[in-house]
Ligand binder design. Structure first.
Ligand code: TRP
Length: 329
């Protein structure tokens, strides 16, 4: 299996509970698993080179600190392995302009860029071809992603099938696996939208590296309705439901059972903040250790890239031959 993290923002509690924790507890142990900091994907919108560099290191370090074990799985940086860009071009020759323009994320981000007076980078349009290359270069069968990425994985399937049909059986056709809905963490200030790392307003976002006092403050200020008591009602009381789900995810209890234990939002917030701080404590400590020893992180990423390359190279070579390119003598 293959999954990727885009270094466009600091990793959040939403990333951890929604994805990374499952990668650590389950996915890394199921056969050959690759986890990639997809830095090339961070260049499709206006970007600051120093920030991308910093966030890429930090994302890699946080994945390891969360418990991805380089002895068990492969953790690496996309741009360290040429095969991604190499295969992406072939997939651009299989994809159509129309299907790329139909991608929801492309439409949304184009609108966003236009609204803020930026020009739209061509790579924003071709991004799904690169993402498909990330997946297909490793013969990945399963791609654990959030719902917002399902359409891109569907496109990846279409491209793989089309390539196989036109040029002969070359790629494994992958499928998206979505995390269970219970692990969907919403923005504390805006419980109608996902806690995402690339948002501008940060008051409702808990970052994995937030100091404990910052976590307390953000959770205390979480938006809840003014109704009496605490009940678990996602549609009617989304703010409370979000806190209950976060607490449930931290403690292994059920949100509805937790709701019964609280008379008001204040105590629920206090306990949720504590639980989050405890959950993140070991992760923060391991991250601090890794940050103090940059050579260790470099070595892990170097080995990860070598391992990734050794898997991807023959797959991409196979695709180059199948599509009609002359093998080098
Ligand atoms: N597009 C994904 C995101 O924005 C990141 C990503 C890039 C990815 N390549 C991938 C995810 C391959 C899974 C597999 O979150």
């Amino acid at each position: 299996m293959f999954s990727g993290v885009k270094p466009t923002g600091h990793l959040t509690l939403g990333n951890y509970l929604g994805a990374v924790r499952r990668w650590v507890e389950e996915d890394q142990h199921r056969g050959e698993a690759l986890f990639c900091v997809v830095d090339l994907h961070a260049l499709t919108m206006d970007h600051d080179p120093a920030r991308v560099r910093r966030l890429s290191r930090q994302a890699a370090s946080l994945l390891l600190a969360s418990g991805l074990d380089p002895a068990v799985c492969t953790v690496f940086v996309q741009s360290h392995v040429d095969e991604h860009a190499r295969l992406s071009y072939l997939l651009e020759c299989v994809a159509s302009d129309g299907e790329m323009r139909r991608m929801i994320q492309y439409k949304e981000k184009t609108a966003q860029a236009v609204a803020s007076g930026q020009s739209v980078r061509l790579s924003l349009l071709t991004y799904p071809a690169l993402m498909a290359a990330d997946i297909l270069a490793y013969d990945a069968v399963e791609v654990p992603v959030g719902e917002d990425q399902t359409q891109h994985v569907e496109l990846t399937r279409d491209l793989a099938e089309r390539f196989n049909h036109r040029y002969g059986l070359t790629f494994v056709v992958p499928r998206a696996i979505n995390p269970p809905v219970a692990a969907r963490v919403m923005d504390l200030q805006n419980p109608g939208s996902k806690m995402g790392k690339s948002h501008d307003a940060t008051a409702g976002i808990v970052y994995l590296l937030d100091e404990p006092d910052v976590i307390v403050r953000k959770v205390k200020r979480a938006v809840t309705d003014s109704g009496a008591g605490v009940t678990y009602d996602r549609a009617g009381r989304p703010g409370l439901a979000n806190l209950l789900e976060i607490l449930a995810a931290c403690t292994g209890k059920k949100p509805a059972a937790l709701a019964d234990a609280y008379a008001g939002a204040g105590a629920l917030k206090a306990d949720t903040a504590d639980a989050v701080i405890e959950l993140l404590r070991p992760l923060r400590a391991r991250h601090a250790e890794l940050s103090a020893d940059p050579a260790q992180l470099d070595a892990i990423l170097r080995e990860g890239a070598a391992r990734a390359r050794s898997i991807a190279r023959p797959v991409v070579d196979r695709a180059y031959r199948a599509i009609g390119l002359l093998p080098p003598a």
